[in-house]
Design a protein. Sequence first.
Length: 331
Amino acid sequence: MQRRHFLQLSTASAATFGSAALGLPLTGRAADAPKTIRLDYATYSPPSLVLKKFGWLEEDLKSSGGSVKWVLSQGSNRALEYLNSDSVDFGSTAGLAALLARANGNPAKAVYVFSRPEWTALAVQKDSTIKSVKELKGKKIAATKGTDPYLFLLRALHENGLAKSDVEILHLQHPDGRVALEQKRVDAWAGLDPHLAASELEAGSKLIYRNVNFNTYGFLNVSDSFAAKYPDEVKRVIRAYERARLWIIKNPDETAKLIAEEAKLSLPVAQLQLKRNDFSNPQIGKEHIDALRAAAPILLDEELVRSGTDLSRTITALIDPAYSQGLIRQA
């Protein structure tokens, strides 16, 4: 029995020494990490397009036998659905959309800011006589429920003395909302870039209401379960996003060309979309908590969450700056 016990200890020690010699943590990737990391990519998230194009995360995982699966998200609502159904591990969304989902039971955790965008505004068709939000009373408006443009619309209405019941909202995905506007099937559209930029430049659509403060940040979210089980992999993904962010800052012309190619856009549209993004502060934290606290009342006012929901507590549960600490680099 003593000899067997000694052999067991010797084998374990050798395995530990081997991991240390290779520079791997004792709970190394090969032992406890998922074989495949599933991420979304989206035309409204330029870093996701850069990362997918160049394969830097695949390159990082290859040496340890890991792989990447990319899933297209057409809007925050889709990304959050994928997270909630365990179809992806990471999803790209607007901040307020992530808060709404978290408040309604979606186990999303925001760990990184992929951009500070002005990606939504209220648009009307080029020949429309509507010039203000107040003139939208009784009108049809396209918006994608559960996304930043939808919540932007509600906040714009409230700021101008209107309620959701004062308009007719058609729940269309972002590309379909653009088509509905240009075909005059709706009077206005709460658009999202790059579709919004394309409609402006290619169809002459006019922006009647802009408010950068009503555009919440672009969050990279991870499921609670993945974050708890694989914290090192969360950091690995953030490091990859950091590489993409820094590349974008240093290569704006190449980034615009890449966005145009990946999203099948004209170069001027991609350039306009890129111009409306700020990539300077990816560290999630107090700034984003404050922005969500300012925006949160609309969720209660419009009964998008259960009455009595403690949104301040939900925001604290949503935003977790710990994973990106020490990983953010200066451009």
